[in-house]
Design a protein around this ligand. Structure first.
Ligand code: SF4
Length: 452
């Protein structure tokens, strides 16, 4: 984390949806309850960092991503981007430029009627980009051949920064003014036109040093549409496609290539932060690694910050610096990626890890706590610890009280489980037999008795 604080800070974020209570509910006067998709999550992401946000389908991770991008209105809480609230901004234009998203499904997230070039340039058109920066000065670096330098005046258009990258606030264009025979001409960098408007063609070769001034005007030689199209070609190449694919339609690309187009579109506005919402879930395993490597490379090259959303823990391990695990709208564990994988503290994190295929034989003897039962409804989450209806270590204390975040074993690791507190009343309370409860039977045993 930089001295200036995190790039993104999520504080107590909630997103509840109004419940469409049924006719029967209304008939019998049942109380209307909202769906608590996201129920008070807090985390931050430092500049250049990747936070993996994982959990089963329906746990609220995608809603968290959409809400922090202000694509959905929050029920409560705040999101600060670069120190400023996302929701209190009068003008969200700058935030929308700096924070983008890559969606899960490269098949449905691309308009089949648009070419790859049109898809990638659409954000530029919406934002009216590229645009000239009035703060940037323009100047010419002039070379002369057969012409007195003192006679040359070069006038550079103010919008030259559209095609010439400024350095220290100055866009410098290189111009050569030369005399050949009786003609004076001018040339300049690519994408720029230099025209002799005074003292040129009529200049006399026998004029010697001459007294007539030579005036050269320099301007951008392409339309905005052409500049955007070239930008699309650059972006397609940057994500591993070819510039000559710019006029092809989505159906002409494979799934992995379509996701590359989605990434190019997300990069068009030169963002600082991307929400990657299950970006490889819809792809074949062999293609997943290529896209993950691409995202990794782009982060290194462009200094991007990522929130990487996935249901598969094995996917986030490759790319994340830290991981946050969500269950039923809450974050139940967070920490450095190695700590989460090698020493998970929360029973839910352990259960998720059990579903990850393990190639390493040294890990194959690891203890297994299989996850039982379905995820409860976010409309009516269990009291106390929300995981207690599925947790193999659940005790009566777990349904009486919700755990806070407690320190785990590794620095920066925190988990919401009473088992992290040695002297918590949890240890003296009665175990819950979740299997018996699910089958409607009595509380018959101590499923957790040998859990230590
Ligand atoms: S607080 Fe209880 S129910 Fe919740 S994860 Fe810990 S042991 Fe399981």
């Amino acid at each position: 984390m930089s001295e200036d604080g995190p790039l993104l800070a999520v504080e107590g974020l909630k997103k509840h949806y109004a419940d469409d209570d049924s006719l029967l509910d209304r008939l019998f006067g049942a109380e209307s309850r909202s769906v608590r998709a996201v129920d008070g999550v807090s985390f931050d992401i430092a500049e250049g960092e990747t936070l993996g946000l994982v959990g089963e389908s329906g746990c609220g991770k995608s809603t968290t991503g959409e809400t922090l991008l202000a694509l959905q209105e929050p029920t409560a809480g705040d999101v600060r981007f670069d120190g400023e609230s996302v929701f209190d901004r009068d003008d969200t234009t700058e935030f929308r430029r700096r924070a983008g998203v890559v969606f899960q499904d490269p098949f449905s997230s691309l308009d089949p009627r648009q070419t790859a070039g049109a898809i990638v340039t659409e954000p530029l058109e919406i934002h009216g980009l590229p645009e000239t920066d009035p703060e940037v000065a323009t100047e010419a670096d002039v070379t002369v051949e057969g012409v007195d330098y003192g006679r040359v005046e070069v006038r550079v258009a103010d919008d030259i920064d559209l095609v010439v990258d400024p350095v220290d606030g100055v866009a410098t264009v290189h111009v050569t003014v030369r005399r050949r025979g009786g003609t004076v001409s001018a040339s300049a960098d690519e994408d720029v036109t230099a025209t002799v408007v005074e003292g040129g063609p009529s200049d006399d070769a026998s004029d010697g040093a001459g007294s007539e001034s030579i005036v050269v005007e320099v301007r951008v030689d392409r339309s905005l549409g052409e500049i955007r199209r070239d930008r699309a070609k650059e972006l397609l190449e940057r994500v591993g496609l070819s510039a000559d694919q710019v006029d092809r339609y989505p159906h002409e690309f494979s799934g992995g290539q379509r996701q590359r187009i989605g990434i190019a579109r997300a990069l068009a506005l030169e963002p600082d932060f991307l929400v990657l919402d299950e970006p490889v879930s819809a792809l074949d395993v062999s293609v997943q690694a290529q896209i993950l490597n691409l995202l990794d490379d782009l982060q290194d090259e462009l200094g991007l910050t990522y929130l990487f959303i996935a249901h598969d823990l094995s996917v986030v391990r490759h790319i994340s610096d830290r991981v946050a695990v969500m269950y039923l709208g809450e974050i139940v564990e967070r920490g450095p990626v190695d700590a989460i994988f090698e020493d998970p503290q929360h029973p839910y994190t352990r259960a998720l890890l059990e579903s990850v295929p393990r190639a390493d034989t040294s890990e194959q003897g690891r203890r297994v706590d299989p996850l039982k039962g379905d995820v409860p409804s976010p409309r009516d989450p269990p009291a106390g610890c929300r995981f207690h209806t599925r947790c193999p270590h659940a005790r009566e204390a777990c349904r009486a009280e919700a755990p806070e975040d407690y320190d785990g074993d590794a620095p920066g690791q925190r988990a919401a489980c009473f088992r992290l507190v040695d002297d918590h009343p949890y240890w003296d309370s009665e175990p819950i037999d979740i299997a018996a409860e699910r089958s409607g039977g009595e509380t018959v045993g101590d499923e957790a008795a040998s859990d230590d």
